[in-house]
Design a protein around this ligand. Structure first.
Ligand code: ADP
Length: 594
């Protein structure tokens, strides 16, 4: 039986760089998808097409759009990925509809393959994944792959690192909704699957601010307010559409610095009424007619066509509010949170399972007097902006949930609980690969904290959690600073984690990323001893004595010699002699290649 052609068309392909030294390039190719293969060929006028590549559909393991804000150097701006064998093929479609057609068709044809469980939503670039910063190209993905749809877990994919984008650059940062989203709060925008949105703010780790393509419409703004907002923005071509005083009529208000003809003040805001012809078409200054207002605006975003300037920067009241407001974006409303069963208890109190928006969360109920709440809330913004696939994400805080709990913290839910319990449960059944994988996971999370100059202060297996997919993530980073319990915070206290602490922490409370490295050495020891307590039968005092005498933990039986050597490098007396996490991560990764 001959294969049946499903789709064909011209798109741009990025070289797959199968060899490390091969240069990167972008080439226009004619793609054909049939029921057996995805083929691409070069077409030159007057010449026979030459087949340049052919991927059997049976070898494809993942097809998904690429969500990225990196500038795309070719003329087609809508990337998607085809992961096959051990290669990533990036294809750039000319528009979003075209990309959707290809991704849908390819997914349909490959849905019964041996697919990946997780994929990378962003590009592999400059030796690392832009999404999760893993440096191994074949490292498992960081987002769940949904072969049947475009769904990912959140309303938008997780972003690599917090950053402010240039929100005055409309159209430069376009994202596509992976699924529908129904708002739960007043300020949320409903999202429609596959629709494009303009990214306006990515400073929040979990929630991006986007504008829909009507982001310029401000219903309840009068002329004076519009002028004030636009003057405050002070950008040539900043504009908005608003309701006129006259019912059913709309006005475009636009800011300009262009000199006026008859003594108008400069800079100023000009107002144009949107007029309607008797054939129900819309136009502005001159008779360029459009059947809808969005089409009219889109046209004038590119052409002044009689206006004082083209409409360059859409301004919405909401955006101005977000930028200028001191509202705590990390505060979650109690009405959005529902509480479930208890999953554990810790220093601050009970930990419950809960639901917030459409996700499962772990809710730490902070009991009164256990935490210096004000200081924590001050820091919550920084902690929420830390976002990495190997860190347990803080989603937000909620005040006054119940009467005896003034504050609770919402975290990413980790189905397999705390790592020290997990290690003990699995004792005798853990493979070398999984033990090394745990160390690698945690070193990645810690390398991220190190890059962001954030000190954990209490790294240990008990403060790492295990996900549904047995991935290990670092939790509780920086939290000891808010514990109100001397026994825990003073290095002489009975609860102080002496056995994980470096000499300079024990002696002078001198915390640094290098004191975290010491704790990481003890963490590796915990992993390879399958959850045994370090210095099990010795008191804190005895441990301090033996450290002072230059003694260290012994090699756990399961630890290969190179891993034990790494532990010993973490336990160098002087902090500067210990390797940074960036190096540890690299060395652990090279051990996992062996
Ligand atoms: P604390 O920070 O108050 O000392 P812990 O972080 O030690 O609390 O949490 C206590 C227990 O609650 C953990 O051992 C674990 O079983 C459970 N737990 C904590 N955080 C989560 C989470 N994000 N997902 C699932 N379970 C969690």
């Amino acid at each position: 039986m001959f294969p049946r052609v499903i789709l064909k068309g011209t798109m741009i392909k990025k070289s797959q760089q199968k060899r490390r030294t091969s240069p990167c390039n972008y080439k226009e190719r004619f793609f054909v998808l049939d029921t057996q293969d995805l083929k691409y060929s070069e077409r030159r006028p007057g010449k026979k097409p030459t087949l340049k590549g052919c991927i059997a559909l049976s070898r494809i393991k993942c097809v998904e759009i690429v969500c990225s804000d990196v500038p795309i150097p070719c003329s087609y701006k809508y990337p998607f990925q085809v992961f096959h064998d051990n290669h990533y093929l990036y294809i750039f479609a000319p528009d979003n509809d075209c990309r959707q057609r290809w991704v849908k068709a390819l997914k349909e044809e490959t849905k019964f393959n041996n697919l990946v469980v997780k994929y990378h939503p962003n590009f592999w670039m400059d030796g690392r994944w832009k999404c999760c910063h893993q440096t191994e190209k074949l490292a498992s993905g960081c987002n769940e792959y949904d072969p049947m749809g475009y769904a990912s877990k959140g309303p938008l994919p997780q972003i690599p690192e917090p950053q402010e984008v240039d929100i005055h650059d409309p159209g430069q940062r376009v994202v596509v909704a992976l699924r529908d989203y129904t708002p739960t709060g007043d300020n949320d925008l409903p999202l429609h699957k596959d629709q494009e949105y303009i990214l306006t703010d990515t400073s929040h780790a979990e929630w991006w601010t986007v504008q829909d393509n009507m982001g310029w419409y401000n219903k309840d703004i009068c002329r004076g307010e519009a002028e004030e907002l636009l003057m405050r923005e002070a950008k040539e071509g900043a504009f908005m559409v608003r309701d006129s005083r006259q019912a059913g009529v709309y006005t475009v208000s636009v800011f300009t610095k262009a000199p006026g003809s008859n003594g108008e003040k400069n800079p100023r805001v000009k107002h144009y009424q949107i007029r309607e012809t008797n054939t129900e078409d819309f136009y502005l200054a001159e008779k360029y007619l459009f059947p809808t207002i969005p089409e009219l605006i889109r046209y004038h975003q590119h052409n002044a066509a009689g206006l004082i300037t083209r409409l360059r920067h859409p301004i919405s009241q909401d955006r101005v509010w977000l930028r200028g407001s001191s509202k705590k974006k990390w505060e979650v409303s109690p009405t959005e949170l529902s509480l479930g069963q208890e999953v554990g208890s810790g220093q601050f109190g009970l930990v419950l399972e809960g639901r917030w928006r459409d996700r499962k969360v772990a809710v730490k109920m902070v009991k009164a007097g256990a935490m210096s709440e004000e200081e924590f809330i001050e820091e919550a913004r920084v902690m929420m902006s830390l976002s990495h696939c190997k860190l347990v994400q803080l989603y937000g805080v909620c005040t006054q949930v119940t009467q005896d709990c003034p504050l609770c913290l919402l975290f990413e839910f980790m189905d397999n609980g705390c790592l020290s319990d997990f290690l003990r449960d699995k004792r005798g059944r853990l493979s070398q690969v999984s033990m090394l994988g745990m160390c690698l996971d945690v070193s990645e999370g810690m390398a991220y904290l190190e890059r962001n100059k954030f000190i954990h202060r209490d790294l240990a297996a008990r403060n790492c959690l295990v996900s549904k997919n047995n991935e290990v993530k670092v939790s509780d980073f920086g939290m000891t600073r808010y514990v109100l319990d001397d026994q825990y915070t003073s290095s002489h206290g009975s609860k102080f984690p002496v056995k994980w602490s470096s000499p300079e922490v024990i002696k002078y409370s001198r915390f640094s990323s290098k004191s975290d490295v010491w704790s990481f050495g003890v963490f590796m020891w915990e992993v390879y001893s399958e959850g045994h307590l370090p210095y099990e039968h010795r008191s804190n005092g005895q441990v301090v004595e033996s450290l002072n005498a230059g003694l260290r933990l012994l090699k756990p039986r399961s630890a290969p010699e190179p891993v034990h050597l790494l532990m010993e490098r973490c336990w160098k007396e002087k902090p500067e002699d210990r390797p940074p996490f960036a190096v540890l991560l690299h060395e652990l990764a090279s051990l996992s290649d062996l």
